[in-house]
Design a protein around this ligand. Structure first.
Ligand code: PEP
Length: 245
């Protein structure tokens, strides 16, 4: 695990103002000196309001910036309140999170997610494609069926998969402190890799500096999507350090 290329994606959700950018100084300083930095890809996904200033701040740092969602249209249009991938790119985004369960919960369908992935790839941005089952579905032993459907529909007719990272985020794990058992995670991640044909697969859901020592033992995981713990630079750095310890 110690010399594996891994992604650490910070999802700030609807948190943070301009003053939150100061906290990134700790992360950039750490990353400059970190001996294993060539194996590490850090991507910060702040609210859209911070994208431009954050990408300017991180310009010289090898840390990338991404958005948390986008409109499905490739071009400009009369869609009040919406922002398309090309516009996000213009303010520094290199990645877009698509299909997060918090957006699926608000009505985002697999078909819409597929359109968003298409537009994002057309804008030459990379996709962080989130999939995951609810607690009810897990209890009914439907996890694989659900993931299979989300992959099939979300990636329908998409040939270029090299710019897609898949984040396996069980809905019951997000923000709850619950994480899957390592054996289950190993099996689910290899199932996702098989079904999605070769994509990199990350895990997301309550990752923190206490459970990372256990989670890092799942050797087919290519990184972590981190919500709550990523808003605290010290905790975020701790997760990275412990992964390579
Ligand atoms: C997320 O929102 O993608 C996430 C993984 O959140 P948390 O780490 O807080 O569970």
């Amino acid at each position: 695990m110690t010399n594996k290329y891994m992604y650490f994606i910070a999802n700030w959700k609807m948190f943070g103002g301009l003053n939150s950018l100061n906290s990134l100084n700790t992360v950039t300083k750490f990353f400059e000196k970190f001996k294993k930095s060539k194996f590490v890809k850090i991507i910060y996904c702040p609210p859209n309001t911070l994208l431009e200033s954050m990408s300017k701040k991180l310009k010289k740092s090898r840390i990338d910036v991404g958005a948390q969602n986008c409109h499905e249209q490739e071009n400009y249009g009369a869609f009040t309140g919406s922002i398309n991938p090309m516009m996000l790119k213009s303010v520094g985004a290199k990645y877009i999170i698509i299909g997060h369960s918090e957006n699926r919960k608000m009505g985002e369908t697999d078909n819409l997610i597929n359109q968003k992935i298409n537009s994002t790839l057309k804008a030459k941005l990379k996709v962080i494609f989130c999939i995951g089952e609810t607690l009810k579905q897990k209890r009914k032993k439907m996890t694989k069926k659900i993931l299979d459907t989300q992959i099939k529909l979300g990636l329908k007719k998409i040939k270029n998969k090299k710019d897609i990272l898949i984040a396996y985020e069980p809905v019951w794990s997000i923000g709850t402190g619950l994480v899957p058992k390592n054996n289950d995670l190993l099996e689910t991640v290899s199932f996702i890799k098989k079904k999605s044909k070769n994509s990199k697969v990350l895990y997301g859901g309550s990752v923190n500096s206490n459970n990372i020592n256990e989670l890092k033992l799942v050797n087919n995981i290519d990184g972590f999507l981190i919500g709550g713990a990523s808003q605290n630079s010290k905790k975020f750095i701790d997760i990275i350090k412990k992964t390579y310890n």
